[in-house]
Design a protein around this ligand. Structure first.
Ligand code: ATP
Length: 291
C-alpha cells in the first residue's frame, strides 16, 4: 500500500523582526531560519515519519537539492519530483514580529508547473489499497484525483487554501475530504452538507478533531492533547499525513485519529512546519506517557 502525494514543495524563509516593515522601509532582521514547508511536502514528511510508504509527486527548480535530501531523510520517495529549469522552487517569505504577528509572501513557482508526465508515468501504478493525497497548492489536482479514483485508490483531499472552483473540480473523485473548522464551514456553505464523499476529517485546533463517515453517519471524536504550543504552522498537515498513514495500515478511524492527534500535539510544541513532524517512536512514547 503506497501513499502517493501530489503536492507542493516550499522553502520557508522565516525572518524574526521587532516590527513588520512599512512601505518604503528597510529593516534588519533579528533572526533567520530556513525550513521545509508547503502543504504537500509537510504531509509527505508526516506520513513517511508515521511509517507509511510514501511517494511524493511534485516539482521544484533545478537547485535546492537539500530539500530532496530532507524529504528522503524522512523516508519519502523523491524519484517522481520533477526538476524544472528556469522556474523557482516554491517558497514563502515569512516575516514575524515580536508579538507573533506575521506577513507572508508566497511564490508558488514550480508548484504550479507540475508536468502531466507525473500522472502518466508516476501515477500509472496506483491501484486499490493505495491512497492519493492532494492539497490545493498545485496544478493537476483534478486530473490526478480522477486517475486515482478510476484506478480504485482512495483519494484524500485537503481543501486548503480553500477555493470553491478547485474543490468543485476534484469533489466527484474524493474519498475523504480533510478540512479545518473554517474550511468545513466554507465547504458546507458552498456545497451543502450532503457531500459526495465517503468521509470527512475535520480538525478544530486545540479543540481536537473528528472523522465522519458520511455513508453510515458514524462520527469518531478525538480531543486534542494538552501541550504548550509554540508554533502551529503545519499542524493540519501533520494530522492529515498521520491519519492517511493510519488508513494505509488499515487502522480503524479512532486509532488513526488518536495517533494523528498525538503527532500534531508534538508538532505544535516545535518551531517549523515540515521539519517539526515527529516520527513513530516519538508518537508512541508520547502516548505511553499520556496513558
Ligand atoms: P495549520 O493551517 O496551522 O496547518 P489547520 O488549521 O489545518 O492548521 P488545526 O485544526 O489548527 O489545523 O490543527 C490540526 C490538529 O492539530 C488539531 O486537530 C489538533 O489535534 C492539533 N493541534 C492544533 N493546535 C493544537 C494545540 N494548540 N494543542 C494541541 N494540539 C493542537
Amino acid at each position: 500500500m503506497t501513499i502517493y502525494n501530489l503536492g507542493s514543495i516550499n522553502i520557508d524563509h522565516v525572518y524574526r523582526l521587532t516590527a513588520l516593515p512599512r512601505a518604503g522601509e528597510t529593516i534588519s532582521s533579528q533572526g533567520y531560519a530556513l525550513g521545509l514547508g508547503g502543504k504537500g511536502a509537510n504531509q509527505s514528511v508526516a506520513a513517511a515519519r508515521a511509517g507509511a510508504q510514501v511517494q511524493h509527486l511534485g516539482a521544484m527548480g533545478a537547485g535546492d537539492g537539500w530539500v530532496l535530501d530532507k524529504l528522503a531523510a524522512a523516508g519519502a520517495g523523491t524519484g517522481a519530483i520533477a526538476r524544472l529549469e528556469g522556474v523557482a522552487t516554491g517558497h514563502a517569505i515569512i516575516l514575524v514580529d515580536g508579538g507573533g504577528e506575521n506577513s507572508i509572501i508566497l511564490h508558488g513557482g514550480a508548484n504550479h508547473a507540475l508536468p502531466p508526465t507525473l500522472l502518466e508515468r508516476d501515477l500509472a501504478g496506483i491501484g486499490p489499497g493505495d491512497i492519493l493525497m492532494l492539497q490545493n497548492e498545485t496544478n493537476l489536482q483534478a486530473e490526478a484525483a480522477a486517475r486515482a479514483h478510476a484506478a480504485g485508490a482512495r483519494v484524500i483531499y485537503s481543501a486548503a487554501p480553500f477555493e470553491i472552483e478547485p474543490l468543485r473540480a476534484v469533489l466527484p473523485h474524493v474519498t475523504i475530504l480533510a478540512v479545518n473548522e473554517v474550511e468545513a464551514r466554507d465547504t458546507f456553505a458552498a456545497f451543502g452538507e450532503d457531500l459526495p464523499v465517503e468521509g470527512m476529517l475535520i480538525t478544530r485546533g486545540a479543540e481536537g478533531a473528528e472523522y465522519r463517515d458520511l455513508r453510515s453517519g458514524q462520527v469518531w471524536h478525538q480531543p486534542a492533547f494538552k501541550v504548550q504550543a509554540v508554533d502551529t504552522t503545519g499542524a493540519g498537515d501533520c494530522f492529515a499525513g498521520w491519519f492517511a498513514a493510519g488508513l494505509s495500515r488499515n487502522e480503524d478511524p479512532q486509532t488513526a485519529l488518536r495517533h494523528a492527534s498525538a503527532a500534531a500535539a508534538i508538532q505544535v510544541t516545535r518551531k517549523g512546519a515540515g521539519d517539526a513532524m515527529p516520527d513513530r517512536a516519538e508518537v508512541m512514547a508520547f502516548l505511553k506517557e499520556r496513558g
